[in-house]
Design a protein around this ligand. Structure first.
Ligand code: C2O
Length: 365
């Protein structure tokens, strides 16, 4: 059965580190008229190109900051308000929702095949809200190009303490020129440490860049030849026990989700135990504007993956995946139900990514 969040039962989210635990309220504001619209593509618009964050010019930055400022200034109970947007992540990742038809089953969008579709649509509505707030329906938000040498530090535009793109809950030791280490998560590279062709982990800049490109090659090319490797394990509604037929024996994220994606979260999040807010914990990650640029690049990887050679590098075609759905408030504060099948092609959603060099394609270890 496809997965759908049960809106009416939305409750507190649980943040559990294994050692300590807390509950946080993250549910969206109540529907005014209980109306949920099914997603429909906007037709006839030109494609919006999301720019690399380290390449934007100051006219762009002016618009982006204005939009973010307005989003933060919306009334706190407006579903388009920045904190409400941040809470969407918390609700979908920390068990605020149960699954439609299965009141005992929590919904979690990480570590499974829901990872790429959920985050794609989350960003999609976030971007449309930004566009609406500056009256520019063609506005495209930036992506953090951490898979390319010039993008491997936190992008400068997010670092000005007076900017609405700033977040004080970050690891200050990781400001530029410190390069992200993409091998820091649970990466596939680690296991094979001893083999000759492996990625190394040295601290000089040049070696770090080389290592990161090598990690990207591993996660995007070598280890992601099938949908299951890239997207992660199947996740169906109502799976109660590990032995249920069709259930995922255990949650498993795809190569990029477990690897570069988590590494960047950890790199940005503050070193504050126990929760490492903001980016270091799913419940708070959406509170950092950099989150959306980070996930822009994660989303871009989905587009790139589909263009790589190999017959099995294709999305799943199972209905249970295609018909799984999520709920988001759109730019007009209407609640929209969007299915995985609506989001397979970013161009059909009206956006794509600025074309930049992809050096890891040539970084075979
Ligand atoms: Cu929903 Cu980067 O996590």
């Amino acid at each position: 059965v496809p997965i759908e969040p049960e809106l009416s039962s939305c409750g507190e989210s649980t943040v559990d580190t294994g050692k300590t635990c807390m509950n946080v309220p993250c549910c969206p504001p109540k529907l005014k008229d209980s109306k949920i619209i099914d997603y429909e593509p906007l037709l006839g618009r030109k494609i919006r190109y999301r720019p690399a964050a380290h390449l934007v010019d100051c006219d762009y930055l002016y618009k982006f900051e204005l939009a973010m400022e307005r989003m933060k200034a919306l009334p706190v109970d407006d579903p388009r308000n920045f904190m409400q947007q941040a809470n969407i992540h918390c609700a979908y990742c920390n068990g605020a929702y149960s699954q439609v038809g299965f009141p005992d089953q929590k919904l979690e969008v990480h570590y499974s095949w829901l990872f790429f579709p959920f985050h794609r649509m989350y960003l999609y509505f976030f971007e449309r809200i930004l566009g609406k707030l500056i009256d520019d329906p063609d506005f495209a938000m930036p992506f953090w190009n951490w898979d390319s040498p010039c993008g491997m530090t936190m992008p400068q535009i997010y670092l000005d303490p007076y900017s609405p793109l700033y977040d004080e809950n970050r690891n200050l030791e990781h400001q530029p020129d410190v390069l992200v280490n993409l091998n820091d998560g649970k990466s596939v590279v680690k296991k094979k440490k001893k083999k000759k062709e492996d990625c190394f982990n040295e601290l000089t800049k040049r070696e770090q860049i080389k290592s990161n490109l090598c990690v990207m090659y591993q996660q995007m090319i070598r280890s992601s030849k099938t949908a299951s490797c890239f997207h992660g394990a199947a996740y169906r509604a109502g799976c109660v026990s590990e032995t249920d037929i069709g259930c995922t024996p255990e949650p498993r994220g795809g190569t990029i989700e477990n690897g570069a994606h988590l590494a960047v979260h950890k790199f940005v999040g503050a070193k504050n135990p126990p929760y490492n807010e903001d980016m270091g914990n799913f419940y708070s990650a959406g509170r950092d504007p950099l989150f959306y640029a980070h996930h822009g690049n994660v989303d871009r990887m989905w587009n790139i993956w589909k263009t790589l050679p190999g017959k099995k590098r294709r999305d799943f075609d199972e209905d249970v995946w295609l018909n799984s759905s999520f709920l988001f408030y759109d730019e007009n504060a209407n609640m929209v139900r969007v299915k995985v099948r609506d989001c397979l092609d970013s161009k059909a959603l009206g956006y794509d990514y600025q074309s930049v060099d992809i050096p890891w394609l040539r970084s075979k270890p």
